[in-house]
Ligand binder design. Structure first.
Ligand SMILES: Cc1cc2nc3c(=O)[nH]c(=O)nc-3n(C[C@H](O)[C@H](O)[C@H](O)COP(=O)(O)O)c2cc1C
Length: 149
């Protein structure tokens, strides 16, 4: 399991870490965390499940995340299960995560998407994320890990 994310201000990174915490509640699950720009594309075939997380930038996933998805498509990683998540400010609940899921399906033929993904509200551009939201995030990670085991 790989949890890959982009994060400018740390909110999406924190969410990725909390998802990891949740998945570890399921016995035997050992998630790897990585910033998208640090991901070694040559070893991605080793993962069964790939989480992709993006901040909402102008109503959708960031350019870096979109390019990452396109690259996975070019590398023929369609046999994997994907789970998307986003962080957003204001009224854009679910917007970026839905677009991200659509892009995964469109650009990575054969990809299985475990939808709906997770959309997490932040209190301000640079956070924080409320404890209530973070509790939901941990539970989401646990639930996904339990489902795919
Ligand atoms: C360039 C830019 C555009 C953004 N556009 C939106 C937007 O359209 N809708 C929204 O809900 N939040 C928007 N945000 C807020 C971010 O989604 C939010 O602050 C997010 O948690 C940042 O994640 P990060 O800390 O991982 O970088 C935008 C932030 C930036 C920097």
């Amino acid at each position: 399991m790989l949890i890959a994310y982009e994060s400018k201000y740390g909110n999406t990174k924190l969410v990725a870490e909390k998802i990891a915490e949740g998945t570890k509640k399921v016995k035997g699950v050992k998630p790897q965390l990585a910033e998208i720009k640090e991901v070694n594309l040559d070893v991605l075939h080793e993962y069964d499940v790939i989480f992709i997380g993006s901040p909402n930038h102008i109503g959708g996933p960031t350019r870096g995340v979109r390019k990452f998805v396109d690259e996975l498509g070019r590398r023929g990683l369609g046999g994997k299960t994907f789970v998307a998540f986003d962080t957003y400010l204001g009224g854009d609940f679910g917007k970026a995560v839905k677009k991200l899921e659509r892009r995964i399906i469109e650009k990575i033929p054969g990809a299985k998407v475990l939808a709906p993904g997770l959309s997490v509200k932040v209190q301000g551009m640079k956070g924080p994320v409320s404890e209530e939201e973070l509790t939901k995030v941990v539970e989401f990670g646990r639930m996904v890990a339990a489902k795919i085991k």
